[in-house]
Design a protein around this ligand. Structure first.
Ligand code: ADP
Length: 401
């Protein structure tokens, strides 16, 4: 089955065409700066990548450009949109409406729209894409795969906040989590690599990219995750502060004469590695600065690892043990020094990093980096959310009458 996977951001549109029968990616690309006069499309992978500057006023025009690139570029594997079997959309927020991927109908569209206030940068452009697809490819099955769905299994003790109950109920305030498709993918790949059913395993999954989150997956079921009501919660990230004493917010509003929106902006865009180091949100830059003795870079680096270790410890206790710890995304897959800090001295817990395997680079490959005798396995697994979305779409569409 040929599945087109779409991932719409506020001014971007990522896409992949995936052949599920052979599990191959046929085409991929990205529209950037949609809505601005500098908009462009990058179509193709790696050295075949081409950039075309083209004005795309909105997501409708971006999708038309994508369809054109898919059917008319030199290496296109399809000549008409009709050759696509289904379209799978990444939807950032499914609230507590959706605990799994679904076929899109009017009810699903209405619910995604109702959740837009919780994901204002993502749900509206995804909805725009769904509607344009209905127009450009009428009758083609479309599915919604939610970043939040994997965490709908969390127990109330993990997803509720200790605020007045009524206030939480009225405003739907609770932990929703994020990056769920990535956590689900790496947890399942982990079980496959260990050759054991996921139902037998306790896994901690760490998605460490620009945004960072960590989850506890107990016998195949997510029981806790670090991102919360929004993706600001939890771990220290590239530019986000993660969890801090909430009293700091009114303190800043009063003492720095800031608005709530300004504090929100500081916490989302000017904090984390960037805020502490004053250098960059990129782990590579902070590593270089720390290596050359920059004290704030060293501090940022240590705080970043400390934040991960804190959640790791919490989740191991929540699950009363752990069989495997999985790392993914830019930092998890590549930052060997951060990995060394995360796992330093954890031998008494049965977590033994293999320094040599940790140092070796296997770009884009799944690999064990724990010592062979380590009771707890540490595994690097490149995430593949697009594949997961294609797989879910395949499962839904093949069940259709
Ligand atoms: P996003 O969350 O935007 O999808 P990625 O998963 O691509 O992010 O991760 C981006 C981050 O990964 C970069 O900001 C950088 O800090 C980190 N990163 C990428 N490559 C390396 C590397 N070789 N060594 C250390 N960190 C890296």
């Amino acid at each position: 089955m040929k599945i087109l996977v779409l991932n719409a951001g506020s001014s971007s549109l990522k896409y992949q065409l995936i052949e599920t029968d052979t599990q191959t990616m046929l085409a991929k690309g990205l529209c950037e700066r949609v809505g601005s006069k500098n908009s462009y499309i990058k179509h193709g992978a790696d050295k075949d990548e081409r950039i075309f500057h083209q004005f795309m006023a909105d997501h409708e025009e971006a999708l038309r450009v994508v369809f054109d690139a898919l059917t008319h570029s030199d290496r296109s594997t399809i000549t008409s949109i009709d050759q696509i079997d289904a379209i799978g959309h990444r939807i950032v927020h499914g609230g507590d409406f959706f605990d799994e991927s679904v076929l899109i109908d009017q009810d699903v569209i209405d619910k995604i729209a109702r959740l837009s206030p919780l994901a204002p940068l993502h749900n509206p452009p995804a909805l725009a894409c769904i509607e344009v697809c209905q127009k450009l490819a009428p009758g083609m099955p479309q599915t919604a795969v939610f970043d939040t769905a994997f965490f709908q299994t969390l127990p109330p003790s993990a997803y509720m906040y200790p605020l007045p109950y009524e206030l939480c109920r009225v405003h739907r305030i609770r932990k929703y989590g994020a990056h769920g498709t990535s956590h689900r993918y790496i947890a399942h790949r982990c079980a496959a690599l260990l050759g054991r059913p996921i139902e037998d395993l306790k896994i901690v999954t760490c998605h460490l990219g620009n945004g960072c989150s960590i989850s506890a997956v107990d016998h195949g079921i997510a029981v806790d995750t670090s991102m919360g009501f929004t993706p600001l919660d939890g771990l220290m990230m590239g530019t986000r502060c993660g969890s801090i004493d909430p009293a700091i917010i009114p303190f800043l509003i009063e003492n720095e004469n800031l608005s709530a929106a300004e504090v929100n902006d500081i916490m989302n865009k000017k904090s984390g590695l960037l805020g502490v180091s004053g250098i960059s949100n990129d782990v590579r830059d902070v590593t270089d600065a720390a290596m050359s003795g920059n004290e704030r870079a060293v501090l940022a680096y240590d705080m970043y690892a400390h934040s991960i270790r804190k959640y790791l410890g919490q989740y191991i206790v929540e699950m009363a043990g752990v069989d495997a710890i999985v790392l993914t995304a830019g930092v998890g897959e590549n930052a060997e020094r951060i990995r060394r800090l995360i796992f330093a001295g954890l031998q008494p817990l049965g977590i033994v990093l293999d320094q040599e395997k940790n140092r070796l680079r296997h770009n884009g490959k799944e690999r064990f980096i724990s010592r062979d005798e380590s009771p707890v396995k540490i595994i690097v697994i490149p995430t593949n959310e697009e594949f997961m979305i294609a797989q879910d779409t395949y499962d839904i569409v093949s069940r259709l009458p």
